[in-house]
Ligand binder design. Structure first.
Ligand code: HEM
Length: 234
């Protein structure tokens, strides 16, 4: 599998889709939904922070963190710092994004955590946090010995892929849920806003697909051997 596809062109597709997703979610929340605010009498503006931070902050930055080993031709040690910092920023923005959804619910007298989307969301953020802490302790500081690191890596990659795929699926559920709420309050089912939301969800799924494809793709020739060595003991 690793030899079939080259990583570089896939990482370009990832960046292009990231920009497309970011533009679409901003156009939706600012142009169609009235903008973003942390404090507002129109509580929907507080909600709007949620999809923006979950998509641009959590999913896009998390995806860029995953592909950073393939997209940046830098030394392994530098790549590792970029990987963990991007994941940390994604996690913090994801937590603020979820906080915005809770704030919107609390200020609108809507119960919290009633939906599949919200249950999966909590599970994802908890697993992502545990995965980050485990990765930090084993691969960065204080760092496990070489055999523990090489034994831990396949599990780190597997859990990372699982949690990331779940996050993409949950974002799609979130778009569907919000659009269904809006349509049951009168939004045109075949109007421009409904199409924009559905296309944003499709672009998000494509983005996630290309991120995961990049994980299995081959690096360029110069760095391949270095990459192999680093996989056995970072
Ligand atoms: C992986 C990304 C996402 C995660 C981890 C996530 C997580 C969550 C969580 C934990 C809640 C519960 C808040 C509460 O109960 O007070 C929530 C609410 C909500 N989210 Fe997301 N979310 C994500 C992306 C999205 C996206 C992209 C949308 C698109 C609009 C969205 C739409 C909603 C809606 C409509 C609610 C309120 C209704 C409900 O609680 O199900 N979410 N989200």
């Amino acid at each position: 599998m690793a030899g079939l596809v080259k990583a570089a062109p896939l990482t370009y597709v990832v960046h292009v889709l990231a920009v497309a997703c970011a533009v679409m979610v901003l156009v939706w929340c600012i142009h169609f939904r009235g903008g973003l605010a942390w404090e507002a009498t129109n509580k929907s503006l507080i909600f709007n922070i949620h999809p923006v931070l979950m998509l641009i902050g959590f999913i896009i930055l998390g995806g860029e963190a995953i592909v950073s080993y393939k997209s940046l031709p830098l030394k392994k040690e530098v790549q590792k710092v970029i990987h963990l910092v991007l994941h940390a920023v994604a996690l913090i923005l994801g937590i603020i994004g979820i906080w915005a959804a809770f704030k919107f619910h609390n200020e609108s007298s809507i119960p919290n955590l009633y939906s599949l989307h919200s249950w999966l969301g909590i599970g994802i953020i908890v697993l992502y946090t545990l995965q980050w802490i485990y990765g930090f302790v084993i691969f960065f500081y204080p760092g496990g010995n070489s055999s523990l690191r090489s034994e831990s890596l396949p599990l780190h990659v597997l859990v990372g892929i699982f949690v990331y795929a779940l996050a993409i699926a949950n974002a799609a559920i979130g778009f569907l849920e919000k659009l269904t709420f809006l349509e049951s309050s009168g939004l045109d089912k075949v109007g421009p806003e409904a199409y924009l939301v559905n296309f944003t969800a499709i672009a998000t799924i494509l983005f996630g697909g290309f991120v995961l494809l990049t994980v299995y793709a081959q690096k360029d020739e110069q760095t391949e051997e270095e990459d192999y060595r680093s996989y056995s003991a970072i």
